[in-house]
Design a protein around this ligand. Structure first.
Ligand code: PXP
Length: 250
């Protein structure tokens, strides 16, 4: 049995703060406090804190990432698009890990995996710069063998398999194909000696399916935990997810 680690994405703690305080960033009344949320997640057993710095700064702000860098005790995983401006921020702040994701301004959340096959030439220099700065790099990819092979060729440490389609298929009770795709992709990534993570759309129900995907090291979960936190508090929301992740057989 291998331990499955949880990284908690706390973007939506910042979303809630921005809903009221986006135009008053210096207000002493601004809440909820992102740093406090991160500390509670860690106390509850999370092994990492995940934050996405988007170009439009709709939730996390640069200051949040700086403060997370100073305060996170486990590890900080910065999700980001491959744009010069955001890459500069990453190289200044030096998170433990970067997960490169595609990013369109108009999307509500990251909609698909990074097309590593098509974007190879643009990704290569960024990956090298991040790695040279001591940052471990992950690529967020759809579960296809072409994408995993391309990630392996680029020399990254990790891939994060996009589980969003599985989450949607689970809700419609048509998950078999998506599950098979994820199983095959995880197998392929493991053979290439990549660390295999997964994330997007994972919640307290569909986590049962995640147990059927082999070779996973880490899950990155945000929306469902922050939503559950509204009712039980963030500490219990994290603990409940950790309980649901127990006994993963790898
Ligand atoms: N992993 C990646 C790469 C993401 O882009 C996101 C969403 O920001 C997540 C994990 C977390 O997804 P969710 O909020 O649906 O749990």
């Amino acid at each position: 049995m291998s331990e499955l680690r949880l990284g908690v994405n706390i973007d939506h703690v910042a979303t809630l703060r921005q809903a009221r305080y986006a135009t008053m960033p210096e207000s002493k009344n601004a809440e909820p406090e992102v740093i406090a949320a991160a500390a509670i997640c860690e106390r509850a057993g999370a092994k990492g804190i995940v934050a996405h710095l988007r170009s439009d700064r709709r939730h996390m702000q640069d200051r949040d990432i700086e403060r997370l860098r100073q305060n996170v005790m486990t590890k900080l995983n910065l999700e980001m698009g491959n744009t010069p401006e955001i890459v500069d921020v990453a190289l200044r702040i030096v998170p433990d890990e970067v997960c490169l994701v595609p990013e369109k301004r108009e999307e509500i959340t990251t909609e698909g995996g990074l097309d590593v096959v098509a974007l190879r030439a643009e990704l290569e220099p960024t990956i090298k710069r991040l790695q040279t700065a001591g940052i471990r790099v992950s690529l967020f990819v759809d579960p296809t063998l072409e994408q995993i092979d391309a990630a392996g060729e680029l020399g990254v440490e990790m891939v994060e398999l996009h589980t969003g389609k599985l989450a949607n298929a689970f809700a419609e009770k048509i998950e078999q194909q998506e599950l098979q795709n994820l199983q095959a992709a995880a197998q392929c990534a493991s053979e290439l000696k990549l660390q295999v993570n997964a994330g997007h759309g994972i919640n307290y129900e569909n986590i049962s399916l995640i147990h059927k995907i082999p070779h996973l090291t880490e899950l990155n979960i945000g929306h469902s935990i922050v939503s559950r936190a509204m009712f039980v508090g963030i500490e219990d929301a994290v603990r409940e997810m950790l309980l649901a992740m127990e006994n993963y057989r790898g």
